[in-house]
Design a binder for this molecule. Sequence first.
Ligand code: PLP
Length: 403
Amino acid sequence: MKTNFDEIIDRRNTNSTSVEGFRQYIFHDPDLKLPYRDEELIRMWIADMEFATPDCIVEGIRRRLDRRIFGYTRLFSPEYYGVFSAWTEKMYGWTFPRGDLYICGGIIPALNELVGYATDPGDKVLIFTPSYTPFKQAADFHGRECVCSDLVDRAHNGYFEIDFDDFRAKAADPAVKLLIFCNPHNPTGRIWTEDELRAVGEIAMENGLLILSDEIHCDLLRSGRTHTPLAKLFPGTDRIITCMAPSKTFNTAGLHFSNIIIPNEKVRAGWHAKHNFNVNPLALAAATAAYEHGYDWLMELREYLDGNFALIRDYLAEHLPKAVFRIPEATYLGWVDIGAYLDERTEFIPLLFAQHAGVLLEGGSTMFVQNSDTYIRLNAACPRATLREGLRRICDLLNSDVR
Ligand SMILES: Cc1ncc(COP(=O)(O)O)c(C=O)c1O
């Protein structure tokens, strides 16, 4: 491997949300005191990586810096579309017309906008749960009721599936107008099969729903896996809005740049009326470099993450045998049911681990909408030594009397 993913990089004093934002973000308490110094904490929470952004991206930004003027910038030239659509063709066997591509400062800001353009007052929004919380917040923000369809882990072995009876019934509610779909799925790590994707699309469209398909995790797959964009299975439809980004894949979340592919005229009209089309020139340079030159680095990242997940699987099997964990098919997030070890009085799982293990992680239903009371989510995108120490602390705590 050319890249040294074992390198431990100091992120202090960079205004990093991971390092400096956890009190506010996880605990809503900027004054929270913990019995650990901040530098002693193992951070396995927010979904960015402890790995350096690949050199090819840093070089791309540097080349743009050398042009020295950073005035108003928009996607005028076809270069970025060419590079990004070549990536989607190579990676997923799918492309889209240039005119459907919009750039936004993030997928969450885009969802917050799109829910407004895609629904009217009184409409409801459907999501699968457990869910990335901002999906529900996007609905709440517009005063749209959020309807949840719980995923099921039938054999209780960490393999989550859609409950199609429940989904079909909820999609048939005439007030439900929009599905916010996560493909692949955060936090369960599922890559939906083509049959599942087809069924989701068909049920949604039979009932007249629009679909926002958030595919931000689509490049973070276990080695050998492939991603299928939902829209690929429904060529010609204007009912699917696809969201992708270089930010998760290449660890550039702070650059705020995401691809929103909008074939739908009504939604586009809303976007055109209110959206600010400017883009950050450094973020554009980074995204262009990422899709043009980032492939080899990504393949190495996948291999390293495969190793990290094998470590999680083996460590938990040995030290926490009653935990339910399956290596996720996608994402760098492990989803672990620790219900067998939890005291019923535990109110907020992240606080338990922060206070008694010095590990920052997300977990429980307040952080994933519902259907996740006894789950923790482990961010495995860190050097192996960090991961090993995090696992040791987590397991030691759950095997002690403290919990
Ligand atoms: C499913 C999903 N969508 C969106 C985001 C964040 O998107 P952005 O940083 O582009 O707003 C995340 C980050 O964890 C995510 O998991």
